[in-house]
Design a protein. Structure first.
Length: 392
């Protein structure tokens, strides 16, 4: 019997790229079931790999750039010019200029990191004649609300004495006024679309500081300071532009970069999979699949809120196709994923090991987990074929 399996994972942050994850799972599947027809759909969510995926999908070109990294030092970065018809479209991922992977582990204080390099990438795209800019948000190492990005574009963020504030989320508490008169005028001539996690908001108990600050290295006191700074920042933006963005959908994307892009670059935010699915062939491949295998570094109660595994699984369930999810870690609230498309999940780690060891052996662990999952599925298929009654 011909059996088609669609492998549609995310990357494993700071471990394996989405292409590495895809290849590892496919290899494991074919070890267990050599006759299977494996389709590959590496999924990007706006974070690392977003630019490469869209450039590959449209046969575009990649361009190198040197920008200011999240800790204020120069880093090698990139953006793309997409192929195809239509307006000349640049694509960039904020993670290439302000991602967590660019923040040394001993310097992970989101109150001091900056999105300045994202603004520099936008300017590089304008220099290359872009009429439209597509920005992916994800995998960020910042919590500055896009203030650094705005400063790079020409905005002046001033304290009560008229002096420009510095970089980072802690500085936001000092803002008293915003001068937008020197923002690059070319921004008014381009459209900017941003792929964001639609569930992320800037302020409040579910805001970016309180939900993601600890993941980026912030202590409870630092989280309070970051929240206070973002509240002040949002208030001055509202006074300056009339835009109330504190709890707008997507406003908290990438450390609040979503807010900065709307307020200072005139961007439009979109649920990230609405953008991604325009360019990837996922839905076409799904039509031919009998089973979907997806994966992400962590599967937990946050996964239903805009993460790849549940987004993939919901689309599969709509077509009556079952989905298995593999994860590096299984966290609190993971059973919520079973109500959001996923039919079964498993950790790739089968014995106690350190984080460094798990990262080092990630590809091997994924291959084995995929092979094990397939062998268990084969057993289930054989039981079904034999019509063995199962007590419930």
């Amino acid at each position: 019997m011909s059996f088609t399996i669609l492998v549609a994972p995310s990357g494993f942050k700071e471990s394996l790229s989405v292409n590495d994850v895809t290849r590892a799972i496919s290899s494991g599947v074919q070890s267990a079931l050599p006759s299977a027809h494996v389709l590959e759909a590496p999924m990007v969510d706006g974070g690392e790999g977003f630019t490469e995926a869209l450039i590959n999908a449209t046969k575009g070109t990649l361009h190198e750039a040197t920008v200011t990294g999240p800790v204020g030092e120069k880093v090698s970065s990139f953006f793309g010019i997409m192929g195809g018809d239509g307006p000349r479209t640049a694509v960039l991922e904020m993670a290439a200029a302000a991602g967590l992977s660019l923040v040394p582990k001993d310097r992970r204080d989101p109150g001091r990191t900056t999105s300045y390099g994202v603004g520099e990438l936008i300017l590089r795209a304008l220099d290359h004649g872009a009429n439209r800019i597509l920005i992916g948000c994800g995998d960020s190492g910042i919590n500055d609300g896009g203030a650094g990005m705005a400063q790079a574009l020409g905005a002046r963020l001033l304290d009560a004495s008229g002096q420009e504030i510095g970089f980072g989320g802690y500085e936001l508490a000092r803002i008293a006024q915003i001068d937008t008169s020197q923002i690059d005028p070319r921004l008014a001539q381009v459209s900017i679309d941003v792929a964001v996690n639609w569930h992320n908001v800037l302020l409040g108990p579910k805001g970016v500081a309180r939900v993601f600050g600890p993941q980026k290295g912030a202590s409870p006191d630092q989280v309070d300071a970051l929240e206070a700074g973002l509240e002040r920042y949002e208030s001055v933006i509202r006074q300056t532009t009339g835009l109330g963005l504190g709890r707008a959908n997507g406003s908290g994307a990438s450390g609040g970069l979503g807010t900065g892009l709307v307020a200072f670059a005139g961007a439009t935010l979109h649920p990230r999979f609405d953008i991604v699915m325009q360019y990837l062939r996922f839905d076409d491949m799904l039509e031919n699949a009998d089973l979907v295998i997806t994966a992400e570094g962590s599967l937990d109660g946050q996964s239903p809120y805009g993460k790849v595994p549940c987004e993939v699984a919901r689309r599969a369930r709509d077509r009556g196709i079952q989905t298995i999810a593999l994860a590096g870690t299984i966290g609190k609230g993971v059973h919520e994923t079973l109500d959001n498309g996923i039919d079964a999940f498993a950790s790739i780690i089968k014995r106690p090991c350190s984080l460094d060891e798990a990262i080092d052996k990630g590809e091997k662990l994924l291959r084995r987990a995929a092979e094990d999952a397939m062998r268990m599925m084969i057993v289930g298929m054989r039981l079904t074929d034999r019509a063995i009654p199962i007590a419930i």
